[in-house]
Design a protein around this ligand. Structure first.
Ligand code: BES
Ligand code: ZN
Length: 627
């Protein structure tokens, strides 16, 4: 009785919160992976199947615009009279349907979402060609001046399309549940190479024209382009690195194990299905750590530490080749299905490559991040649910640590409850059966019920799915790893400065994680003498490891007096690095401490940051809290 009650209650809840299906081309009722209603696209791709995109564009560094045509092969399955597409700050010059010019309209701008493009079509229309150019406010694009690159000689362009920014450089149906294949012809200045999330060149050609093909259907948020003075180095037969000439050797050294990483991931959850796996290391303004663009991960140079210590970020982006790119969250409300699974998978790769003693540290740091993030958002906040509610909001609002850490801890709890063997077999099947499909939280939960929990009320009670997915904060049954290797860092941190200093401490074998743990445990009211001593002992201010450097700046900012070597290093860091994870907390802390200085630095360095980082930092440095 109890058993049935529990399961019925969970499933009722699950279906009650499942929004109206509106999947691809009317398949919604029969296809269990059809997407739920996506609040963040103005397109009607549920009625008109977007089959293929043929992009023909020119990248102009002089005017900072991309212009050209987007030819969409369509199937008007819903027999609708109008095709609606997403655009954001695009100028639409003309539109042709099956070769005939038509009269299109562009709706007024809706906050976050952009302007809906309306194109009259017939029941049997096959091709829609849109001639367009990008605008000054293209949120996906960062145009770098030569001085903002490593080589300082050539300009650089990169895109960041996740979550809904593809529409600012391509007129498209911009929802994670809408997939299409693409080809592209991209014209760039002669000295530059172009790369996309597709089959890529490995050499500069002298025509300045590059052709691309992605014959596996992908959603718009995985459209990506990088243009600049770029070189390639091979790692093994299916992996390699791209970077500016000034960075290419360091990048090749740092990523030497990426080939092994792909094999390790395959061993866990099945074949890598995208052909090649390459990584491009971008100039330092890149706003995020990494982006899982298919076949070509985009990465920040802040992971090049010189000692391969930060390559777990690559494990994360690689893991997205399964969780995210292969099985995709249906809407941004289901974002934890992309990021929570990927964080879990990343740590499994790390464990397989470096051992449990290592991945345990990553789990613990993740747990600490989760606790801090819940405290920041508020323990009762709906933004701490796994299933998000981003209706009417910028999907960027959902980009917190919750989907990552609460999501991965939920999966770890399930693993612990059912046992690793069963859970791994389940995940492998999940990836196989949902390959190249889209999934909602509710579909995942019912799939898990049918294929893993089998309605077992004891397991349901132990896990408490509802509390994790549709409830706030951290449920009491969270798993905790208690890493052995943090014991030394913790006990040393507790006594450091009380007669114990660097020369007394054995830190030779510490990884980045132990250093982070040590720095996180420094007291809130740390004295200037202790900050000075720490720097003398461990030379943190000149660390080449961005994670350690960042944690060090946080410690220095806790001290009520300015410790100048750290402040100088911080200014140097903020002058070039655009990674939001680092610079947003630093500017926030600086605003509390010395608003005049925060504003002065921001004014000087704002142009080095990506438009999306500028948007949030404009608010932070104006004294507003981020929403
Ligand atoms: N897909 C994300 C980045 C992202 C998410 C960009 C949502 C825009 C909107 C990527 O895989 C990611 O999670 N990057 C992390 C790296 C990490 C957790 C190791 C980052 O950039 O810090
Ligand atoms: Zn991710």
């Amino acid at each position: 009785m109890l058993k049935n009650f529990c399961i019925t209650a969970v499933l009722l809840f699950v279906f009650a919160s499942c929004s109206q299906p509106a999947g691809e081309g009317g398949k919604a009722t029969t296809d269990t992976t059809a997407s739920a209603r996506d609040e963040h696209t103005l397109s009607n791709a549920d009625s008109v199947k977007m089959q293929h995109l043929d992009l023909d564009i020119k990248v102009d560094f002089g005017t900072k615009t991309i212009s050209g045509s987007a030819a969409w092969a369509i199937d008007n399955r819903g027999k609708v009279k109008t095709l609606h597409l997403d655009t954001y700050d695009l100028t639409i010059d003309s539109v042709f349907v099956d070769g005939k010019k038509v009269v299109h309209t562009l709706d007024s701008m809706i906050q976050f979402l952009g302007s809906r493009l309306n194109i009259p079509i017939q029941d049997n229309s096959k091709e829609v060609v849109i001639w367009y150019k990008t605008g000054k406010n293209a949120r996906a694009l960062q145009w770098l001046e030569p001085h903002q690159t490593g080589g300082k000689k050539y300009p650089f362009l990169y895109t960041q399309s996740e979550s809904i920014y593809a529409r600012s450089w391509i007129p498209c149906a911009d929802g994670p549940g809408i997939r299409y294949t693409y080809t592209a012809k991209v014209a760039v200045p002669k000295d530059a190479m172009a790369l996309m999330s597709a089959e890529n060149p490995q050499q500069l050609n002298d025509s300045g024209i590059y052709h691309f093909k992605m014959d596996i259907p992908v959603p718009a948020y995985l459209m990506a382009l990088a243009v600049g003075d770029i070189r390639f180095r091979s790692i093994d037969s299916r992996t390699g690195v791209y970077a500016e000439p000034t960075m290419i050797d360091k990048a090749r050294y740092e990523f030497a194990d990426v080939g092994k990483m792909v094999a390790t991931a395959e061993n866990l959850y099945g074949p890598y299905r995208w052909g090649r796996y390459d990584v491009i290391v971008l100039p330092p303004g890149f706003p995020i750590g990494g982006m899982e663009n298919p076949r070509l991960t985009f990465a920040t140079p802040t992971i090049i530490a010189g000692d391969r210590s930060l390559v777990d970020l690559v494990a994360h982006e690689l893991a997205h080749s399964w969780s995210g790119n292969l099985v995709t969250n249906a809407t941004w409300n289901d974002f934890w299905l992309n990021e929570g699974f990927t964080n879990y998978f990343e740590r499994r790769i790390t464990e397989a490559m470096l051992g449990k003693s290592f991945s345990d540290m990553s789990w613990e740091l993740g747990y600490q991040t989760l606790v801090a993030n819940v405290a920041e958002l508020g323990k009762d906040s709906k933004d701490t649910w796994l299933k998000l509610d981003l209706k009417g909001r910028d999907p960027d609002d959902g980009l917190t640590d919750i989907p990552y850490e609460k999501g991965s801890h939920f999966l770890k709890l399930i693993e612990n409850t059912v046992g690793r063997q069963k859970f791994d077999a389940f995940l492998r099947k999940y990836f196989d059966e949902h390959a190249f499909k889209t999934i909602t939280t509710e579909q995942f939960l019912s799939y898990m019920d049918a294929n893993l929990l089998h309605g077992d009320s004891t397991l349901y009670n132990q896990i408490n799915v509802k509390a994790w997915v549709y409830g706030p904060g951290i449920p009491p049954n969270y798993p905790r790893s208690n890493p052995e290797r943090f014991k030394a860092a913790d006990s040393i941190a507790a006594i450091y400065g009380h007669g114990i200093y660097g020369k007394d401490i054995e830190t030779r074998n510490w990884s980045t994680f132990e250093w982070l743990e040590f720095l996180h445990k420094m007291p809130d009211n740390i004295s200037i003498d202790m900050v000075k001593k720490l720097d003398e002992d461990f030379r943190f201010s000149s660390s080449g490891n961005s994670e350690i450097l960042f944690a060090w700046f946080v410690v220095a900012l806790k001290c009520k007096d300015d410790y100048m070597p750290a402040m100088t290093a911080m200014e140097g860091f903020l002058s070039t690095v655009g990674r939001r994870k680092f610079i947003e907390p630093l500017y926030t802390a600086l605003m509390k401490r010395n608003p005049a200085l925060a504003k002065e630095w921001y004014k000087k360095y704002r142009s080095n940051y990506h438009p999306l980082a500028q948007e949030s930092l404009d608010k932070i440095t104006a004294g507003q809290k981020l929403s």
